[in-house]
Design a protein around this ligand. Structure first.
Ligand code: IPE
Ligand code: IPE
Ligand code: MG
Length: 235
């Protein structure tokens, strides 16, 4: 079982278009899958689930879709906090929340604080997230900490940078899933996916149920993770 699963939830728009319905309907159905997959992941003993909900590039979509999508995201999140907490889920939102305003930032901060001691599953929601942003932001923080000078041993290095990423403290994903058929990373966790097993499926996100998750997990179990070593070294 992967300890950390990261998913690009893609294909909502096409799911709706195939049915002659507005794209936002696909996003609405996608929210139900978020609920199911979160629950299934917790049951299977996955420790962390990171979901790409809105990318730093998604602002380029038509204004109406951006508005509906971000509204859906924030109302769903707000509506789920109590259930998440009751189910022992620890919430973290990764990404730049500033464009959403003070009220949303406060809501997320409170939800994070409320759920911080929960241990069943870490749910990391990537909102206005981009891998380039994450790495740039970590560099800026590291530079500021070096200049501030309170730790004279602090220098640019792997650990120093990694501990300033938005995923600090969470081990790198073991398995990455992208639904919707595209085979690209679309600026998701660029640093963190360095040694992750990649799995692509044509299933659209609103159809991605727990059976589809089981297929991905079965595929993952057939992989040999070598991390640079030879096959003999890892058996
Ligand atoms: C994924 O579905 C959800 C987000 C990007 C927010 P899309 O909206 O990208 O769906 P397709 O790829 O157009 O089908
Ligand atoms: C990636 O999907 C972002 C999310 C799922 C949130 P996109 O549909 O935006 O990706 P591209 O633009 O096709 O690469
Ligand atoms: Mg898409």
């Amino acid at each position: 079982m992967p300890k950390h699963l990261a998913i690009i939830m893609d294909g909502n728009g096409r799911w709706a278009e195939e049915r002659g319905r507005p794209r936002i309907d696909g996003h609405r159905h996608g929210v139900n899958r978020v609920r199911d997959i979160t629950e299934a992941s917790a049951k299977k003993g996955i420790r962390d689930l990171t979901l790409f909900a809105f990318s730093s590039e998604n602002w380029r979509r038509p204004e109406a879709e951006v508005r509906l999508l971000t509204e859906l995201l924030m109302t769903s999140l707000e509506g789920e906090i109590e259930t998440l907490h009751r189910n022992g889920i620890r919430l973290r939102v990764i990404g730049d929340l500033r464009p959403f305003g003070k009220k949303i930032e406060k809501m997320v901060a409170e939800a994070t604080r409320l759920t911080r001691s929960n241990t069943t599953l870490g749910l990391n929601l990537a909102v206005n997230y981009g891998g380039h942003w994450d790495i740039t932001n970590a560099c800026a923080r590291l530079l500021a900490d070096i200049q501030e000078g309170s730790d004279s041993d602090l220098e640019i290095g792997h650990e120093a940078l990694e501990s300033r990423l938005s995923t600090a403290g969470i081990p790198a994903p073991d398995l990455f899933i992208r639904t919707g058929g595209e085979q690209r990373l679309s600026n998701f966790l660029l640093w963190q996916l360095a040694y992750t097993e990649l799995y692509f499926t044509t299933t659209l996100w609103p159809d991605f149920n727990s059976d589809a998750l089981d297929s991905a997990l079965a595929d993952y179990r057939s992989r040999q993770r070598r991390f640079g070593k030879t096959a003999q070294q890892v058996v």
